[in-house]
Design a binder for this molecule. Sequence first.
Ligand code: FES
Ligand code: FE2
Length: 442
Amino acid sequence: MLQERIPDLAKFVEPDRVRKEVYTDPQIFELEMARIHEKYWLYCGHESQVPKAGDYTTVQVGRQPMLMVRGKDKKVHVLYNRCPHRGNMMCGDRHGNTGEFFRCSYHAWTFQHDGGLRSIPMMESGYAGTRYGKDNPDCSMKKAARVENYRGFVFASLAQDGPTLKEFLGESKIAFDDMCDRAPGGEVEVVPNCFRVIQHSNWKIFLENQLDALHPSVVHQSTGRAAHEVEKDIAKRTGKAPLSYHMLSAFATVTIDKWDNFQTLNYPHGHCILTGYMGLRPKDPDTLAYEKVMHKAYGKERTEEILGVNIHHVLIYPGLSVQSPLQQLRAVRPLGVDKTLTEIWHFRLKGAPEPIYRRSLAYYNLVNSPSTMINADDLENFWKCHQGLASNGGDWVSFGRFHGRDLEKPGGMVETGPNMGTSEAPMRNQMKAWAQFMGGSR
Ligand code: FES
Ligand SMILES: [Fe+2]
C-alpha cells in the first residue's frame, strides 16, 4: 500500500499540516536519505578539525560513512570510508592521523589522501593481466561527488549535479559570516571535541524545534525560573550576577509575548533565520576590552556593523542549526526513522580575548550540552512527540500558527508579520522544501 502512496508524496504535505507518516514511516525515511541527505549539501566539519596532512575525521552523510581528510596538498577531501578491495571500513576510529597515506587494515592496499590507489601488495604478480590496478578508478577510494568550503566550514554533496554550495545556502550563509566576522582574525577555530546525543525521535522534530519560538517560555520555564531565583539572590548579595545566569534566566524572563517581537525570515531550500537576540552585548569590562580589539582589527564603523547583526539562530536545512553570536553549531545526522544523532560543537573566535571564549563555553555547557536541563527539557518532548506520532491517535501534525499572515518578499523569502515571532512559518517553510526535494525539484 505504501508503494502506491509514495509516488504521491505531495499528499503528505499541505501548507499548514503534514501527515504523521512523514515522521514515522521507514520507507519514507529511506527516500529522504536518498533524495535529500545524500543529494544536497551536508555539513561535514570545520577545516580546523584536520589541520595537518593525514588528519582525518569520520562523519555520517545520509546513510553513508564518510571521512574528511587533509591532504599533503593542504586540500580537504571527503571520501567514502570504504576500501575498494573487499569493502573494509578504512578508518575505524572517529578521528586521527593516517600518516603519509591510508593503509587498509585487512590486506594492506594503500591510498593517497585524495583516495587514489597508491599500492597493492605484490601488485605485479597478483594482478598482472587483470582489470585491477592504478588505471582502474574502481580500485581507488570513492570521493564525495562535490566538496566545497565556505569560510572554513566544509560541506559535501553526494550528487554530481545541483546548485553550488553558495547558491544552496543563499542568505543562510550569514550564519558563517556572522560567526567569523566576530573574530578579530576573521576566522574561527573548532574546539575539540563535540557532545554527541542520540535522540529517539525523527530528525525533523529536532530541526522544527530550533526556530520554534513558542516553546522556550513553556518548556524551559522551570529551568529559567530556578536560574532567575539564584541570579536575583547573587545580585542582591554581591551587586551583580554573572552573565551565565542570564543565559538561563532569559528562558523565564523572555515570555511568549516578547518572543512574538522577534521575527523569522524564511528562505528557499528550507533555511530560516530567527532574529532578535537575548541581548548579549553588555557593557561589562570583558565586552569593552573585546570591542577595543575589534576596533583595531576592523575600525569603529565596521565593528558596529558586525556586532549589530541581530541573529538568534540560523537553520540550514536539512542538517544544521547555528547560533552564530555565541559560536555554537549543532549538526543533525539521521540514523533511522526514530533515531537521530546530534553533534554539538562550539568555536573560538581567532584573536578574541579569552573571556569572550569563556562566554561561548558557558553557553555551550549551560544551554546546549547534554548535561543541562535545557537540553533535557527538549529531548523529553522530542521523544514524546515521536511516541504520539507513531500512535493511531491522529493523522496530522499541525503547523497552523499565524498561517495565512506571512509576508511574501522578493526572492522567495517569507517573513513573519509584525508581532508574530512565534509563528509556525519556519516549520511550514521546512516542509515546503521537503516536499520539493522529495518530489525531485530544486
Ligand atoms: S579490504 Fe582493504 S585491502 Fe582488502
Ligand atoms: Fe528548547
